[in-house]
Design a protein around this ligand. Structure first.
Ligand code: NI
Length: 164
């Protein structure tokens, strides 16, 4: 396993659509392991393969619910409800913004053994599924932000000033 370099906004690869995975290979298995390791190292809850420079439809998610989700060739089947809240992205370091997403998502994907399964998620899991599936299409959350993209360094400064 290895930590891979996370591509940041401005890198053209993040704007490109990912291709489906046709078969599981040792290389893809290693990629998935590396994606988890990279995601944990960077304190993220989700990662798409394009973020580490591989244009394949692979997503890893861990929202601290005791599961490590691998979604290969994911397809969102249903969405419902609405949630509005802050979102961030490892490819947009130091920023956050308000994004409205469905509150419930049902997705079909393949697991690491290339077996189809369906996953339903609410709240943060639903948000993560939507965010990561957007990455696979070459979209970043910054295009969905309501209001302005906030700079976390500025916020920390304002908070410090307010403590006088
Ligand atoms: Ni992201």
């Amino acid at each position: 396993m290895a930590i891979r370099k996370v591509r940041v906004m401005g890198d053209e690869i993040l704007t490109k659509a990912c291709k489906p995975v046709k078969e599981m290979t040792p290389r893809i298995k290693e990629l998935i392991d590396d994606m988890f390791e990279t995601m944990y190292e960077e304190d993220g809850v989700g990662l798409a393969a394009s973020q580490v420079g591989v244009l394949r439809q692979i997503v890893t998610i861990d929202v601290d619910d005791g599961n490590q989700y691998v979604l290969i060739n994911p397809e969102i089947l249903e969405t419902s409800g609405e949630q509005t809240g802050y979102e961030g992205c490892l490819s947009v370091p130091g920023k956050r913004g308000i994004v409205t997403r469905p509150d419930h998502v049902k997705v079909r994907a393949l697991n690491e053994d290339m077996e189809p399964y369906e996953l339903e998620g609410d709240g943060l899991l639903a948000r993560a599924i939507c965010h990561e599936c957007d990455h696979l299409k070459g979209s970043l959350y910054v295009d969905l932000v309501e209001g302005k993209l906030e700079d976390l360094a500025d916020l920390a400064e304002e908070e410090a000033e307010g403590e006088d």
